[in-house]
Design a protein around this ligand. Structure first.
Ligand SMILES: Cc1ncc(COP(=O)(O)O)c(C=O)c1O
Length: 358
């Protein structure tokens, strides 16, 4: 049993099987065994959302989720084109910082963190100005909001604008419709819904879109450089071999357990149990359940408790929760049901929450 159960939105509590994979034999990233490992991961990632390998490619990176998001934005925006970035939380804002750092021209559609992104506003901006892409976050982990990609994707499709999606905290836990939502790419990481360890990240990219976006704006994060090497079984730079071992094992476990839809059902079940318990204790949610992901929920702190007090009490019972972010840092706490968590752990958590909040 893990001494501490992580209820923060990644890294997650590992299964024994994934943890054991970290200690596999030493391996050089220039050997054929590494090629097979990398290729096995790339194929499994494409299979999660049934993507065709002639149109789509998995590009493996060593780094955290931000590396994947930065690589996606820096690699896919063609020269002299402009993108529209939708901000409704910290991670949308980070995309703007990334575009700025790479000298990419961008406009921002700012949406209140507590409201759904307004389709009408998006439509209006796309009517007025030409953009190559709309960049947005699928699950805004800042609040737990699951942005409505079905609706936003249709609007983008009407205006022939493709989407660059930050799927860091939704990939593997929520449905992602690559073709229907008009995606050119989705950036994600090993250590959230997939239950791997931090250090391996990836971008699932439309091959034609990537090929059209030369020349590179970055050396280390250029997806074209990675893709051309990885298609030949190689890697341009040293990869984090042990994290790849762990991700490969985590993907086997993920597939055996029924893929994204089963993981979604598991997270939803755990999340609803936690929500119901907190609701009985008089704790309100920050946003409506129908607008939230299954991956995380934000709860308003009761007036009699600071975040640190609640965090420390729960930690002494064996659970790590997460603080609010940005303007909500002193008002909310967040809980994520990702990771290797048993029904018994959830029952213990209910007792710990009741004891800390009554
Ligand atoms: C939606 C989203 N995007 C990007 C990131 C950044 O990921 P990392 O901290 O792994 O760089 C996170 C992290 O929680 C996230 O939730």
């Amino acid at each position: 049993m893990n001494p501490l159960i992580l209820l923060n939105p990644g890294p997650v509590s590992l299964s024994k099987r994934v943890r054991d994979a970290l200690a596999k034999e030493d391996l050089c990233h220039r050997e054929p065994e590494f090629s097979s490992l990398q290729e096995s991961i790339r194929k499994k990632l494409l299979s999660i959302y049934n993507l065709d390998a002639t149109t789509w490619a998995s590009v493996m990176l060593t780094g955290s989720g931000t590396a994947a998001v930065e690589a996606m934005i820096a690699s896919l925006v063609p020269e002299n084109q402009r993108i529209l970035i939708v901000e409704n939380g910290v991670y949308g804002e980070r995309m703007s910082k990334i575009a700025h750092a790479h000298g990419i021209k961008y406009d921002v559609l700012n949406s209140d963190w507590l409201d759904a992104i307004e389709g009408d506003k998006l439509e209006k901006i796309l009517e007025q100005k030409q953009f190559s892409h709309v960049a947005l976050v699928h699950h805004e982990t800042t609040t737990g909001r699951l942005n409505k990609l079905e609706q936003l994707g249709k609007i983008c499709q009407r205006h022939k604008v493709r989407i660059l999606l930050d799927g860091v905290s939704s990939f593997g836990g929520e449905n992602i419709e690559f073709e229907k939502w008009n995606l050119d790419a989705c950036a994600a990481t090993a250590n959230k819904c997939l239950h791997g360890v931090p250090g391996a990240a990836f971008v699932l990219v439309n091959r034609a879109a990537l090929a059209a976006a030369r020349p590179p704006k970055t050396v280390y994060l250029d997806l074209s450089t990675y893709l051309s090497k990885q298609d030949c079984g190689e890697t341009p730079f040293t990869q984090s071999v042990q994290c790849f071992y762990a991700l490969n094992e985590a993907l086997d476990e993920f597939i055996e357990h029924g893929g994204w839809s089963q993981r979604n059902a598991t997270f939803q079940h755990r999340m609803n149990t936690i929500r119901d318990c907190l609701s009985e204790l008089g704790i309100e949610e920050l946003i409506d359940r129908e607008e939230s992901s299954c991956v995380l929920a934000s709860f308003k702190l009761p007036s009699k408790k600071t975040y640190l007090e609640l965090h420390d009490e729960l930690k002494s019972s064996g659970f790590i929760i997460y603080a609010g972010q940005g303007k909500f840092s002193s008002e909310v706490f967040r809980i994520s049901p990702m990771g290797n968590i048993s029904e018994a752990d959830i029952n213990r958590l209910m007792c710990a929450l009741k004891s800390a909040l009554t």
